[in-house]
Design a binder for this molecule. Structure first.
Ligand SMILES: Cc1cc2nc3c(=O)[nH]c(=O)nc-3n(C[C@H](O)[C@H](O)[C@H](O)COP(=O)(O)OP(=O)(O)OC[C@H]3O[C@@H](n4cnc5c(N)ncnc54)[C@H](O)[C@@H]3O)c2cc1C
Ligand SMILES: Cc1cc2nc3c(=O)[nH]c(=O)nc-3n(C[C@H](O)[C@H](O)[C@H](O)COP(=O)(O)O)c2cc1C
Length: 781
């Protein structure tokens, strides 16, 4: 085959040499516009894993890279006059020039033709090639010539960065943070050869403009950075690589992804590779890794399918199918890490102490969890756990230091023994609003299951406030008595606290139980023994387009509902609950006021967010006044409507601030279910970013909830300061003793079990201990 690689960066060169190795008869040319040994940039990093991969494909190149690289394990943070270091992170740093020189030399050795100083205008310049590799970097001309084919999706990010070098040598991957009168800057620094380190400085656009850096020439920018990091540089200079610098020399990162990676241009097959098809932010340093791994995968497919020209379409199809998955995973992680650096000045730098800031930074991509950190650097993690425990009420004299999940949490007069909450879950099993034996068994079992707080499902302040005929209520004294039986049982037989979620279903009321009629959210079928009831809401808009249309509330309705909430709150206090949560989420009555998607009022209770919050805040204030002063109150909100024009996470910060000002202790950060048009992005811990943002920006304690299903998730969230408590719902349906089970799974044995169950404890712990030992043995450490 005749193959032309347009662009002699890591992708083009590595593919060329691997392909030539696969078949020496292939005629392969790399066309590069720069001179040999002439390139932008300083060093690049990639992980140990990438080097292992290279070793399998061309041991000669890997050996050269290994000779030239700088390996280090540690990450060091310089922040607020503290230096914190943790190990086990395993990186390889190498000069970009050095890497390219190694690849160029190996190409020549194997017989790849290298043509320098040739700027290829288009893939059409090489009509006799069977295959053209568009490895021409982020601004790929080949990709841009036919955007309708490749469908690139390019997002320009808000931060500014400048890529510099220095002769100061660093023996760890180092992050420096400095605050100026306009905001925070950070530097990502690593040594890549005997004499030089890469020094990337980054800050938000706002801070960059405030310092006039848009007007600065490269030299002035360097002087600015030298002054900013003078304490660390200790007289050492920063250097530019002039060829790389354009305009002010400060760039915005561009995230590139493409729907299609290859096509036939009428003469040749053309395939994108490396930065031309995808980019990953330098926050996780993976652009070079992706470029090299693309090259490996394409060669692997030629080896697997066949390396004659008729095989090309199938090879390219497989190449995209396989690479696309890995790339998306990595781009997601890089995106999280990039966002962390974009918001850290606003969200973390001023708020977090250095220890917790370090933890938050290390887990920024959300790919590294608490237990991953333990594997990387056990001593550091244990030190951090001790720090967290001491900060959170564990006496220094404690015999066993609990991981974050098992530290106590105190709010007003209530102390939870740990930070796991059984999230409120409707059971649709009440009769006329009365809870019964079903609820005693359901809630009692979960109270014995180890969680610190068990929340009762949404309970209505009036009969018309229920979701279904099977939902509980607190509109009469007998209902309070039924609840009292449950709270007394929980307090007598467990050391869990029990809370009530109080809420009015509003426009989502009078519906079927999930297993009845047409199912959840659907209106009750006509003619059933259990009749529909009329609905009220902020505005006369049904939840489902074919659902029952609610009546827009009058002021008299508002008075009545507020008074019902107050009366129900008094009954909840008499019933012996430890905690009260006001349900302002999921499209129910109070939520229907907050979201612009459901509130179309033109009176004092509609319009701006302030006005839409007025009635929910009025109810909150009345309920708070009726709820005993010494007991805590949380508010559940939908922090994202997942619909264009609906509530956004930024609005959620404002909502949290308003409830905080009204006296709320905590925000329970759920999302969605406000509009049937929602398009949520589900995934592990998918709502935790809302809890994190609200906690840091509104300065109020938060509960994270949603797809938190392992102790490792809970520990990672709490340790990074992303929330104060974690609520777990569906896993508690599968296993009432979820918390006891997870404690045993991570080897934390100091959690007390209900006395009659104790003989099950050591057996479970021994089983998990065996599993852990097996895993360690298979890992070989
Ligand atoms: C500030 C910063 C820091 C980074 N840090 C890291 C890091 O630590 N680790 C990491 O892995 N990655 C890092 N990267 C990313 C990394 O540099 C790229 O992801 C990687 O180089 C991609 O390789 P590539 O071969 O696809 O593209 P490139 O390396 O961009 O190579 C493309 C080549 O094509 C040539 N070319 C372009 N157009 C033409 C044309 N028309 N004709 C002929 N030749 C052409 C260019 O001159 C260039 O040599 C960083 C990037 C930046 C901006
Ligand atoms: C069966 C069921 C019933 C639920 N009922 C309620 C409820 O009454 N009030 C509420 O705020 N959330 C309710 N939810 C939402 C959960 O509290 C929780 O926010 C959601 O399930 C995400 O957590 P998970 O991923 O751990 O399940 C319910 C969830 C389930 C599965």
């Amino acid at each position: 085959m005749k193959i032309v690689c347009i662009g002699g960066g890591p992708a083009g060169l590595y593919f060329a040499l691997l392909m030539k190795k696969l078949g020496a008869h292939h005629d392969i040319t790399v066309v590069e516009r720069n001179k040999p040994y002439d390139t932008f940039g300083w060093g690049v990093v990639f992980s140990d894993q990438t080097l292992d991969n290279m070793r399998q494909w061309d041991p000669e190149t890997a050996a050269e890279v290994q000779q030239a690289f700088n390996h280090w394990d540690d990450i060091e943070l310089h922040f607020k006059d503290r230096v914190i270091r943790s190990g086990g992170h395993g990186f390889v740093g190498i000069g970009r020039k050095k890497l390219l020189n190694i690849l160029q030399a190996r190409c020549e050795q194997l017989g790849v033709q290298l043509v320098f100083e040739q700027d290829a205008d288009s893939d059409l310049d090489y009509p006799d090639a069977d295959l053209i590799i568009a490895s021409d970097g982020i601004n790929s001309k080949v990709r841009n010539r036919t955007p309708e084919v490749f469908q690139p999706d390019i997002v320009t990010r808000p931060n500014r960065y400048i890529w510099l070098g220095t002769k100061k040598l660093y023996d760890a991957f180092t992050f420096l943070f400095e605050k100026t009168e306009h905001g925070w800057f950070q530097a990502h620094v690593y040594k890549f050869d005997e004499h030089t380190s890469t020094f990337i400085v980054e800050c938000p656009e706002r801070v960059w403009l405030a310092h006039g850096l848009d007007q600065a020439d490269p030299q002035q920018s360097i002087e600015f950075c030298e002054q900013l990091f003078a304490k660390n540089l200790q007289g050492e200079k920063l250097m530019t690589n002039a060829r790389h610098l354009r305009g002010s020399a400060w760039l915005n990162f561009q995230r590139v992804k493409c729907a299609h990676w290859w096509h036939h241009n009428g003469h040749s097959h053309v395939v994108l590779m490396g930065d031309a098809v995808h980019t990953a932010h330098f926050a996780i340093g993976s652009g070079t890794k992706l470029a090299l791994e693309d090259a490996i995968e394409l060669v692997r497919q030629f080896k697997r399918v066949g390396d004659r020209s008729e095989h090309i379409p199938e090879v390219l199809r497989q190449y995209q199918a396989v690479r696309e998955i890995d790339v998306i995973r990595l781009q997601n992680a890089a995106w999280n890490a990039m966002e962390w650096f974009e918001v850290c000045g606003e969200r973390y730098c001023d708020q977090l102490e250095p220890e917790q800031f370090m933890y938050s930074m290390l887990t920024r991509s959300q790919r590294i969890s608490h237990e991953n950190l333990r594997l990387r650097d056990k001593a550091w993690l244990e030190g951090y756990e001790a720090w967290y425990a001491a900060r959170h009420g564990v006496p220094a004299t404690a015999k066993v230091l609990p991981p974050p999940m098992f530290t106590p949490y105190t709010l007003r007069s209530v102390t939870l023994k740990n930070r796991v909450v059984v999230s409120p879950m409707a059971q649709y099993s009440a009769q006329d609003g009365h809870v019964g034996d079903y609820h005693l068994v359901h809630l009692g079992a979960r109270a014995m299951g180890g969680a610190g707080l068990v929340m009762v499902e949404m309970t209505a302040p009036s009969a018309d406030g229920r979701i279904t005929h099977g939902c509980p209520g607190l509109w009469n004294e007998a209902q309070a008595q039924d609840f009292r039986r449950i709270t007394e049982w929980v307090h007598t037989h467990s050391d869990a606290k029990i809370g009530l979620q109080i809420g009015h279903a509003g426009p989502k009321g009078s519906t079927c139980r999930p297993w009845q009629g047409a199912g959840m959210d659907e209106a009750l079928p006509a003619g059933e023994a259990e009749a529909n009831w009329p609905l009220i809401a902020a505005s006369a808009q049904p939840y489902l387009s074919h659902g029952q249309v609610p009546r827009a509330m009058t002021r008299a309705d508002m008075d009545r509902v507020r008074d019902d909430f107050v009366a129900a709150t008094r009954r909840a206090a008499q019933a012996g609950f430890d905690w009260l949560e006001l349900h302002c989420a999921h499209g129910y009555l109070l939520s229907s006021f907050i979201s612009p998607l459901t509130n179309h009022r033109d009176d004092d209770y509609g319009g701006t967010l302030d006005k839409r919050l007025r009635y929910p805040l009025e109810v909150f204030a009345a309920v708070r006044a009726a709820w005993p002063e010494h007991l805590p109150m949380s508010v559940r909100i939908s922090a994202h409507d997942w619909v264009e024009g609906g509530i956004t996470p930024a609005d959620a910060v404002e909502i949290a601030r308003a409830f905080k000002a009204a006296g709320a202790d905590m925000i329970d950060c759920s999302s969605g279910q406000v509009s049937a048009q929602q398009k949520p992005s589900y995934g592990r811990m998918y709502q935790t970013p809302f809890a994190d943002r609200i906690r840091q920006e509104a300065g109020i304690a938060t509960i994270a909830v949603g797809a938190i299903s392992e102790a490792d998730h809970v520990n990672s969230i709490l340790a990074a300061g992303r929330a104060d408590l974690c609520a777990v719902a569906r896993p508690h349906l599968a296993n009432p003793a979820w918390t006891l089970t997870e404690a045993a799974r991570i080897g934390y044995t100091a959690l007390a079990w209900p006395r009659p169950y104790v003989s099950g404890k050591s057996q479970l712990e021994a089983g998990f201990a065996r599993e852990r030992a097996l895993q360690t043995a298979t890992r070989g450490d």
